[in-house]
Design a protein around this ligand. Structure first.
Ligand code: B1M
Length: 217
């Protein structure tokens, strides 16, 4: 039953059926499917398949946009159902500024990471998408977070992550904040190369890495 629902969620995205994705999200919750599984193992798998089709010319930008819309609308139903830590425990783990890097408007993965960090007990300040180097620096000075999280989905934009880290250093902030990066084209090697403190391959790993960076076990 659970596996069938996860596959149906994936199929709803790959067949560009926004209504079906929304209905299936509701059905999955009623059937007791973990909302995180529904997002990661159902919807996200579907959107990646559509991304592969786009890369090979089997899908066009309009289809990519509809698939993303199906994922977003279904996520709006699933996200509130993710169990959160007790309110009193919130903020206990520290403050994280997150954003998608300059030139990049992909926000689905970044938002999942933000949700999972919040659920884990971090205070998350989401700067949105297309966040410039300047804005990362200004907001770091203003909000004084323990950590900065940058997301990039394109090989053409991930290079900007390096500029943010250089600017943090130039502004005397690098020693005060940890930096974690993620997004499909990034890797642990990339994080090391640009001087980031950690890399998250997915939202779950991002939470583990963030916890370890703030309070090493
Ligand atoms: Co775009 N797009 N897109 N797109 N799009 C990609 C990234 C692409 C790989 C598709 C392809 O060609 N196969 C390709 C980039 C190629 C490259 O690298 N150069 C691409 C392109 C080219 C473009 C446009 C340029 C297309 C055009 O206009 N001609 C354009 C870019 C505009 C811009 O940014 N300036 C564009 C636009 C769009 C849409 C608007 C249609 C839509 C985005 C909607 C939105 O986000 N609001 C879209 C989509 C949906 C995709 C794909 C299909 C899916 C991305 C996604 O949401 N994945 C994508 C193909 C792909 O990734 N395979 C593609 C699901 C999500 C849950 O996974 O984002 O990987 P992901 O996040 C994961 C992990 O990566 C990790 O955790 C998340 C959850 O597990 N993670 C982190 C992410 N951030 C993290 C941060 C962390 C830690 C972990 O720490 C801080």
């Amino acid at each position: 039953m659970k596996e069938e629902l996860l596959k149906s969620l994936m199929d709803a995205v790959t067949s560009y059926d926004v209504d079906a994705a929304v209905n299936l999200a509701e059905e999955a919750l009623k059937a007791g499917v973990d909302p995180v599984d529904a997002i990661q193992e159902g919807l996200a798998k579907g959107v990646r398949i559509v991304g592969d089709r786009f890369a090979t010319g089997e899908a066009f930008l309009t289809e990519l946009m509809i698939a993303a819309e199906a994922m977003k609308q279904a996520m709006a139903i699933l996200e509130p159902a993710i169990p959160k830590r007790a309110k009193a425990a919130k903020r206990a783990l520290g403050k994280i500024l997150i954003g998608t890097i300059e030139g990049d408007i992909h926000d689905i993965g970044k938002s999942i990471v933000g949700t999972m960090l919040t659920v884990a007990g971090f205070e998350v300040v989401d700067l949105g998408v297309d966040v410039s180097v300047k804005k990362f620096i200004e907001k770091t000075k203003e909000a004084q977070p323990n950590m900065i999280g940058m997301s990039a989905l394109m090989t053409t934009t991930m290079i900007k992550m390096k500029d943010v880290i250089k600017a943090l250093d130039a502004n005397g902030l690098k020693k005060k904040v940890k930096v974690i990066v993620g997004g499909a084209p990034t890797s642990k090697e990339w994080a090391e190369e640009i001087g980031a403190d950690g890399h998250g391959g997915d939202a779950m790993e991002a939470v583990e890495v963030a916890k370890n960076l703030i309070a090493p076990s």
